[in-house]
Design a protein around this ligand. Structure first.
Ligand SMILES: Cc1ncc(COP(=O)(O)O)c(C=O)c1O
Length: 409
C-alpha cells in the first residue's frame, strides 16, 4: 500500500471528519517517523501530545509484549491487579484521593461534569435545581461530546449541534471582574485548562486562577483542572497547575498516560468522589490491565531523576530559539508556552508553513489558523530543535515577503 492508494481508499470509505496531511506513517523510532517511501520526519506533534516517550520505546514494548500474553481486557465487573497502584500514583501526584478511569479526554470531562452535578445535589440538597451551572473559560477546549462541547468555546465546533446542554456559561479569559460576576452560588464546577492547548497555547494568568479557586471554595463548587494536554510532564512539571501552587478538587488527564493506548483518568478529592456511588457512571473499556500497566511504566519513567529537568531544559532552549526567529521575522507575532508545549503565533495563516515543514521532513501543527504549535515527545533533543529552526527560517522569510507584498498591493 502506498500513500496514494490509502488516501483514495479512505476518501471512499471513511466518514469525512478529518483533514489529514499527505503523510502515510508506517513506523517510528524515538522522535522520528517514517513514511511508505522510507522518508524520515522529525515529529514535533507527538501524536497530538500523546507520544511523550516517542515511538517504539523499549520499556513500553517490553510491557506490551508481556501483558499481551496475560490479560488484555477483563471488564470493570471484576478486579485486575493494576488499577489500584496506578490510581495511588496519580492521586499522590495530584495531591488528591480517588480515581475514575475512562478512555479519552472527552470522556473524563464528561465524567467531571456529571460528578459536579451529583456533587451539588449531594452536598446542597436544598438547591438542586439552582446549583447546576458549569463555568468554563472563553477560548477553551474540553472535547466533542454534547456535554464537553457545551464547555468548548469556538462557535464553529458548537453551532452545528445546538441546542447543547443547558447550564453552561463562559467567563472572559483573564477577566477577574467577570469571573467574580459569574462564579456565584449557582455554579457547581469551574473548569479550566491552565494552559489552553487547542485555543493556541494560551497561558492563563495566576490572579485569575487563584481567584477562581478561592471563589470555588467560597461557593463549594468543584475547581476542575483539565490537564489533558498540559499535564503529565508536558510543561516540565507533573501538572501545569503546580506552576501556580493550585489545589484543584478534580484533575483530568489522558493523552500521554498509556503511551499511545486510550486511557484517561479523573482524579478527585475524597469529598468530590463521594458524590458518585455504584451505577452513577462507568465504561466498558476504562482502566483495562494493558493500559494501566503501560501507564504505570509511563509515570515511572517521567518520575526518574532528571527526566522532567530535560523537558524544562530543552523547552527553554526551544523557546529561546523561537524567540530568535521572532526577532528576525516580524511575521512571528508572539512566542508562548512552557516546557514542551510551545507556540509561535504568526500574523498570517500558518497552514502553508505546516505543509512546507512536512516537505522538509518535520511534522508540526497549526491551530487557531495562525498559531504554529509544537508538542514534541519529551525525549526530543537540542539537535532536533536546531534542525527545525534551520528549516523554518526560509519558510518564514517567504511568508515575510508574501505579507509585505500583500500590504503593498
Ligand atoms: C484540554 C483538552 N481537553 C480535552 C480534550 C479531548 O480529548 P480527547 O480527544 O482524548 O477526547 C483535548 C484534546 O485535544 C484537550 O486538549
Amino acid at each position: 500500500m502506498n500513500y496514494e492508494q490509502v488516501r483514495k481508499e479512505e476518501s471512499e470509505v471513511l466518514v469525512p471528519t478529518y483533514q489529514r496531511l499527505p503523510l502515510l506513517a508506517v513506523r517510528g523510532e524515538g522522535c522520528e517517523i517514517y513514511d511508505d517511501r522510507g522518508r524520515r520526519y522529525v515529529d514535533f506533534l507527538g501524536g497530538l501530545a500523546v507520544n511523550a516517550l516517542g515511538y517504539a520505546h523499549p520499556e513500553i514494548l517490553a510491557v506490551l509484549r508481556d501483558e499481551s500474553e496475560t490479560l488484555l481486557h477483563v471488564s470493570n465487573l471484576i478486579y485486575h491487579p493494576y488499577q489500584a497502584p496506578l490510581a495511588q500514583t496519580l492521586a499522590r501526584w495530584a495531591g488528591l484521593d480517588r480515581v475514575f478511569f475512562a478512555n479519552s479526554g472527552t470522556e473524563v470531562n464528561e465524567a467531571a461534569m456529571k460528578l459536579a452535578r451529583a456533587y451539588a445535589r449531594k452536598f446542597h440538597p436544598a438547591q438542586p435545581f439552582e446549583k447546576y451551572e458549569v463555568l468554563a473559560v472563553e477560548n477553551s477546549f474540553h472535547g466533542r461530546t454534547l456535554g464537553a462541547l457545551s464547555a468548548t468555546w469556538p462557535e464553529h465546533y458548537r453551532e452545528p449541534f445546538e441546542p447543547l446542554v443547558p447550564g453552561f456559561r463562559f467567563v472572559r479569559l483573564n477577566d477577574v471582574g467577570h469571573l467574580r460576576d459569574c462564579l456565584t452560588r449557582r455554579v457547581s464546577a469551574f473548569m479550566v485548562e491552565v494552559i489552553q492547548g487547542e485555543g493556541g497555547v494560551v497561558e492563563i494568568r495566576e490572579e485569575f486562577l487563584r481567584t477562581a479557586q478561592e471563589l470555588c471554595h467560597r461557593h463549594d463548587a468543584l475547581f476542575i483542572c483539565d490537564e489533558i494536554q498540559c499535564g503529565l510532564g508536558r510543561t516540565g512539571r507533573r501538572f501545569a497547575f503546580e506552576h501556580y501552587g493550585l489545589h484543584p478538587d478534580v484533575v483530568l488527564v489522558a493523552k500521554p498516560l498509556a503511551a499511545g493506548l486510550p486511557l484517561a483518568a479523573l482524579i478527585a478529592s475524597e469529598r468530590a468522589a463521594q458524590a458518585f456511588s455504584p451505577g452513577f457512571h462507568g465504561t466498558t473499556f476504562g482502566g483495562g490491565p494493558l493500559q494501566c500497566r503501560l501507564a504505570m511504566k509511563v509515570l515511572e519513567i517521567l518520575d526518574r531523576p532528571g527526566f522532567l529537568d530535560h523537558v524544562r531544559e530543552v523547552g527553554r532552549y526551544f523557546k529561546g530559539r523561537l524567540r530568535e526567529l521572532q526577532l528576525e521575522f516580524p511575521v512571528i507575532r508572539e512566542v508562548r508556552g512552557e516546557g514542551l508545549m510551545l507556540a509561535a503565533e504568526l500574523t498570517v495563516p500558518g497552514k502553508g508553513v505546516v505543509q512546507q515543514a512536512l516537505e522538509a521532513g518535520f511534522l508540526i501543527n497549526c491551530t487557531q489558523e495562525k498559531v504554529l504549535r509544537f508538542l514534541p515527545p519529551y525525549i526530543i533533543e537540542r539537535r532536533h530543535v536546531d534542525e527545525l529552526i534551520a528549516a523554518l527560517r526560509p519558510m518564514l522569510a517567504g511568508l515575510a515577503v508574501e505579507s509585505h507584498q500583500e500590504v503593498n498591493a
